[in-house]
Unconditional design. Structure first.
Length: 507
């Protein structure tokens, strides 16, 4: 490591270098982790293209968005719980249990008889998905020493990239030529193989026996789950199912604030809290949490609004519009894999600042693209943006994981992922309100992005509507550029110049 990352040479949390047999075992475990991560990654994309078939079979069009919102809520609010459990009982039992719950949820989804049942079973899937996402990322740091972690993290990034491209296509094929239920049944053989590899090849090192029986903070877990569920529901449904200033919205936000106070009170009294105070007292972790929360916020601009822009403004077909977005999944993992050559020279913080500073300029450039422009122009920006964000995100995750020992790594990793997920939820609500506000102003009345898109598809006069969509998406990208600038300022003023890195034997 370079000088930028050797501030605190404490006890080493890194595993020793592997022998030949150990290397083969690790490869089998990495394959299992990639399969497990693939389950979670595909699940967020494969369902979307089958929605028409699902609604046609089960009905429930007015609530189908909860197929995604319910899953997202369950994943997000369980991340800190699973992080603490993996630090207490080990990664393997948590990962096995989470995968089993996810597969049970998949099987139940395939047997759903109406939309309410399918939504409930998607929540069960999400309860397992939280364990998959957090524990896989934590195990990646457990298995490899610091200098090798970019390789495994790049492989996991590739899984997400591949899923972003293959998921919608696979979902469409299964829904069109088989049955939408196969979207969930296909998880079963993949998950069974991952579970077999984990059970056979994942052997965690022996730790010193606990001097006392672990005390699980069930009250804290329940409070976190309730608080996160209420607040995320308010953010997901606000401006969609009801107005932001309506009674349901005010009631949910008010209840959420009360539950925040309950969480703080419960966690202060807990012997082993689910969300320990050190997560926010340590500058490194607190800064990364805030920075990756801003990353989740800004990612909403391309992932949610760019496809609509490509179809409504550029006039592209859905497949071509998806390609404009998907190019960033090509550059992101490549940039992440190469980031180690940068942070070894200039440190974790400076590498991340370089990435997010570049990203802010690229986001800021989007509103200055010519109207209507050519498809290669936003595609080029997305390709560069993926490279910039790969340079930003991975050094921060590796930096946090390397600043803590084994007994804290699950909690630290989960806190980072929780903040990123929460940022995405907040971004969807915030930027949705921004886009709809711009549309209403440009069109001289009430309107929203979905209604305008449907009007264009139905053959409505295109000129004014297309300009309105372009202005709305431009405003969202300006907001995303502000989020990137906020992340830059957090790293500049909150993060330590040198991340503490544990560099010696066992935890």
């Amino acid at each position: 490591m370079g000088e930028g990352d050797t501030e605190i040479p404490v006890v080493r949390a890194d595993p020793p270098r592997a022998t030949g047999a150990e290397t083969r075992r690790r490869r089998a475990v990495v394959a299992a982790l990639m399969l497990a991560m693939g389950l979670a990654a595909l699940d967020s994309t494969i369902v979307s293209t089958a929605v028409p078939q699902i609604v046609g079979d089960l009905g429930g069009f007015s609530v189908f968005s909860w197929l995604f919102s319910g899953y997202l809520l369950a994943v997000t609010v369980t991340l800190p719980v699973y992080g603490k459990l993996s630090d207490t009982f080990g990664r393997k039992p948590v990962l096995v249990a989470g995968a089993a719950v996810f597969l049970l949820g998949s099987l139940l989804c395939a047997t759903a008889w109406n939309m309410a049942a399918l939504i409930a079973f998607r929540v069960v899937q999400g309860l397992g998905g939280g364990a998959l996402q957090g524990t896989v990322q934590t195990l990646a740091a457990d298995l490899y020493p610091l200098e090798e972690r970019p390789k495994i993290q790049a492989k996991l990034s590739t899984v997400w990239a591949t899923s972003a491209i293959a998921g919608p296509a696979l979902g469409g094929v299964l829904a069109a030529y088989a049955d939408w239920r196969w979207i969930f049944l296909i998880n079963l053989p993949v998950g069974a193989l991952a579970l077999w590899l984990i059970a056979r090849h994942l052997h965690e090192p022996q730790r010193a026996p606990l001097t006392r029986r672990p005390r699980i903070d069930w009250a804290g877990a329940l409070a976190v789950f309730a608080c996160g569920g209420v607040l995320l529901t308010a953010l997901v449904q606000g401006g969609v199912a009801w107005d932001w200033l309506s009674a349901p919205s005010i009631a949910l936000f008010g209840t959420g604030l009360v539950l925040v106070a309950v969480v703080v009170a419960v966690e202060r009294r807990a012997a082993e809290p689910i969300i320990p105070g050190w997560v926010w007292r340590r500058r490194t972790i607190a800064a990364v949490n805030l920075a990756l929360g801003a990353l989740g916020l800004l990612m909403v601009a391309p992932t949610v609004f760019l496809p609509t822009y490509a179809q409504a403004v550029l006039g592209l077909a859905p497949v071509a519009a998806g390609f404009v977005l998907s190019v960033w999944t090509l550059s992101w993992p490549v940039s992440a894999a190469l980031s180690q050559h940068v942070y070894r020279r200039i440190g974790f913080r400076n590498t991340a600042m370089l990435g997010i500073g570049t990203a802010s300029l690229l986001l800021l450039a989007f509103p200055f693209l010519p109207y209507p422009g050519e498809p290669w122009q936003p595609a080029l920006l997305m390709l560069l943006l993926g490279g910039a964000l790969g340079l930003f995100q991975l050094p921060l995750i590796i930096g946090v994981q390397s600043s803590v020992g084994w007994a804290e790594r699950g909690t630290a990793t989960a806190s980072v992922l929780f903040c990123r997920q929460t940022g995405q939820t907040m971004g969807a609500a915030l930027f949705g309100a921004v886009a709809n506000g711009v549309l209403a102003a440009r069109l001289g009345g009430a309107g929203d992005l979905d209604a305008v898109t449907r009007a264009l598809d139905a053959g409505a006069p295109a000129g004014q509507l297309r300009h309105a969509v372009a202005d709305a998406v431009h405003a969202v990208y300006l907001g995303a550029a502000c989020a990137a600038a906020l992340a830059f300022l957090v790293l500049l003023f909150v993060a330590p110049r040198r991340f503490p890195v544990l560099t010696d034997p066992t935890d």
